[in-house]
Design a protein around this ligand. Structure first.
Ligand code: TRP
Ligand code: SF4
Length: 335
């Protein structure tokens, strides 16, 4: 059997995952896990770069993310789910990489810049500025070939490639230059019609939201403001609900496009159709999640096992890294 190529992907644990995560990355991971040796990092150290004032939240947030992963079908038998900070070799490798990564490179990283602006940082913490270096270590310590990510992560993959090239040239070529597998799906917009669904914008529908919650959120979501009466001609292309039909209720799209434009369907009816479809889609996810919530010990065991497995791989790479850098001071040479 041919050896499977390896994928490394993951998230910062900042709480429950939402439909934007599902559309943008989770569904893709579920598909890829059969074909690739999949590693999924729960990047708690990276979360700390912005959440360092509430480290005590991480334990729960890690579990929420892990439950959402499994609820949507990421299978721990196929994918290794692990916790970043429990693999100290990642921090070690980050340190070595930081020796030959310039501050200027980091300061020009567009994703870091955008994030710093969004968060209103006047000055950047050393750890925050440097998180892409740590991400390069996340990826390369596992010798991942592919990193499935959204467009915003591309600068980090570019940096990873650059660091790996430099490392291989400086010492010996033992690391793998990964490719980004860029998600083609456009971002799911938020309930407020904003450009993206996001926890911090408070416009998200969570995978674990209850039926009543979703019904209410959809009922109060913004539609085409030009439609006061159900008979007013609408502009579906600017409507949030329409965007969701497009993703979760594709069959209905040709029909609703016409009905809306001709003022033959009211927003209330259109919304209730979406609510039904979304709830039907979320029923099995909610059920699976409930099962997991009822078995916290099992969940912890899955995380501990995944982390152990990942740790083994990371240790092997670090042994090589130390070898080629000449840092294995007490190891007998010549074999
Ligand atoms: N930066 C990613 C995010 O914000 C999380 C992440 C950390 C990651 N390490 C990674 C993603 C390695 C892919 C590969 O969601
Ligand atoms: Fe949006 Fe549907 Fe209302 Fe048209 S009918 S504006 S698509 S909610």
């Amino acid at each position: 059997m041919a050896v499977k190529k390896r994928i490394l992907t993951g998230d910062r644990p900042t709480g429950k995952l939402h439909l934007g995560h599902y559309v943008g990355s989770l569904i893709n991971r579920v598909k890829l896990q059969d074909e690739y040796d999949t590693f999924v990092i729960i990047a708690d150290m990276q979360a700390l770069t912005t959440n360092f004032k509430q480290p005590e939240k991480l334990g729960q947030d890690i579990r929420e993310v892990a439950m959402d992963y499994m609820a949507v079908g990421i299978d721990p038998e196929k994918a290794t789910i692990f916790i970043q900070s429990y693999i100290p070799e990642i921090a070690e490798l980050t340190m070595y990489y930081s020796m030959f990564t310039t501050v200027n490179t980091l300061r020009h990283n567009p994703t870091v810049k955008t994030e710093a602006k969004e968060r209103g940082y006047q000055e950047m913490m050393y750890g925050f500025l440097g998180y892409p270096v740590s991400q390069a270590a996340d990826i390369s310590i596992f010798k991942a070939h592919l990193v499935p990510v959204g467009q915003d992560q591309v600068p980090h993959i570019e940096l990873t490639r650059k660091i790996v090239r430099q490392f291989n040239e400086l010492y010996k070529p033992v690391l793998i230059e990964p490719d980004a597998l860029i998600s083609e799906v456009p971002r799911l917009i938020g309930l407020d019609g904003g450009s993206k669904m996001s926890k911090s914008l408070n416009n998200a529908i969570y995978l674990s939201d209850k039926e009543e919650v979703i019904g209410k959120q959809i009922r109060t979501a913004v539609t085409d403001p030009a439609r006061i009466h159900p008979t007013d001609p609408g502009h579906p292309e600017i409507c949030t609900i329409y965007a969701y039909h497009n993703v979760f209720n594709k069959e209905f799209v040709p029909e609703v496009t016409v009905l809306c434009r001709e003022g033959k369907i009211g927003c209330v009816a259109c919304k209730s159709k979406l609510t039904k479809v979304l709830n039907a889609f979320l029923v099995p996810i909610r059920e699976k999640r409930k099962e997991l919530e009822a078995k916290p010990a099992l969940l912890d065991e899955i995380l501990i096992e995944g982390t152990k497995k990942a740790h083994k791989v990371a240790k092997l790479t670090m042994e090589e890294v130390r070898d080629v850098m000449g840092l294995n001071y007490f190891k007998k040479q010549g074999n």
